[in-house]
Design a protein around this ligand. Sequence first.
Ligand code: NAP
Length: 489
Amino acid sequence: MSIPTSEQKVIDAVPKQLLIGGEWHDGGGGETLAVEDPSTGETLVEIADATPADGDAALSAATEAQFAWGDHPPRERGEILRRAWQEISDRADELALLMTLEMGKSVAESKAEVTYGAEFLRWFSEEAVRIAGRYAIPPNGQGRMLVMRQPVGPCLFITPWNFPLAMGTRKIAPAIAAGCTMVVKPAQQTPLSMLALADILQRAGLPDGVLNILTAKSSGKLMGPLIADRRARKLSFTGSTEVGRELMKQASEQLLRVSMELGGNAPFLVFDDADIDAAVEGAVLAKMRNVGEACTAANRFHVATGVAEEFTQKLAARIGAMKVGRGTEDGVEVGPLIDNDQRGKVDELVTDAVGRGAEAVVGGAVVDGPGYFYEPTVLANVSAESRLLSEEIFGPVAPVVGFSDEEEALDWANRTEYGLVAYVYTRDLGRAFRVCERLETGMVGLNQGMVSNAAAPFGGVKQSGFGREGGVEGIEEYVETKYVAMTLP
Ligand code: NAP
């Protein structure tokens, strides 16, 4: 099947090479990697495959650029981010189409990500000029204390495929604002949005070497030596807990500063005093955003037994009516999953739950044909042993489980090694505070099905990782504190 001209034009506009020291290069080994359209399974384009020598060159470029970039006026660092935000906003339709082609979700959802991802550039353009230190008189009045905030130094960023732009801008924007240089490795399945972003940042005036982009078939071979390289000063990773744990081990060799944005298993709690219609709308957003392939996706719905039937039926009606198809088609709300493995895992989890007695109120099967589609699914009567209650589903499947009281709801919510986000629907103010305080998560959506916001500190606890992206906290990941003890002659 040939690619339509409008789509080909968008793909043609993206650089296909590695960005090292301000120059676009082929991979040193002369190899390429294929980027696939998950709605057809066909190759969209071939791009450069970086070798470890390319990785070394990229880190050299970042290291060479570090001092001058850290010394660059904060206002100008902010202006570069602001210009890039403007260009992304102006070209949002084209960038959304590009994202849909490589990742699958609907163009409307991609456009929402383009807006969200760009917002980190605007937010941190404003934070760049607010990195302040501290001056103090010691308690004994002797001398003075000066606290400086300095860029951490060259950073390594590794990002996943599920939000091809935003997972990059959440790291790149605060690093630029703080005066850090960087080497970025996007996921091999969705590198095009990141390459487009690099091109935009270059045109916005980012000096050579500040941002270096490597795409590769073998991420371990490429990034392992860089994580062990003493010129690198920080690793920020977004991806699975399994890979995060492995990278932590590698980073421990040189005690590299690390931020980890890892997997989730978000509970969605609906109490009997909740506005059920609002809870259903929130549930659709929390579950179906990004085809369920979000670390913040509601993984399991715990609903007070008195309202569980009403909630389940209303949710099934909403989810069952969603149009499945190629993300570029009009009216499509549910695109394909990223690949056949991911779809196979979702199907395996549903089969396990059904085998233990769950009922598919709607959906429950793979969709035939090209591409990696799965039916939007709601499962009732899910047994406590079902794997999808403890494992990250990463697909359009909503299991519903009843609870009898607040203690049981909290017990369910916290019964996981993950701790990224939880959603709570209640109109009882006292309960809202009690439950928010006792949830073991980094974020809570109270009567809302989405928490992402560039102005907020995004991040998890427990095995969902540590570190925060966005908000005033986001810049902290990219500055070191230096204390100068002063004697005044
Ligand atoms: P993944 O398999 O962990 O991959 C993430 C990134 O790590 C990709 O760029 C991947 O490269 C790279 N990678 C894999 N193995 C590596 C290694 N040995 N050394 C260096 N890099 C390596 O995760 P994913 O499947 O892309 O993303 C889904 C996961 O990310 C889910 O668990 C989701 O919850 C999590 N996530 C978390 C957040 C958050 O903010 N907490 C946000 C989004 C996603 P390749 O492209 O070569 O595989």
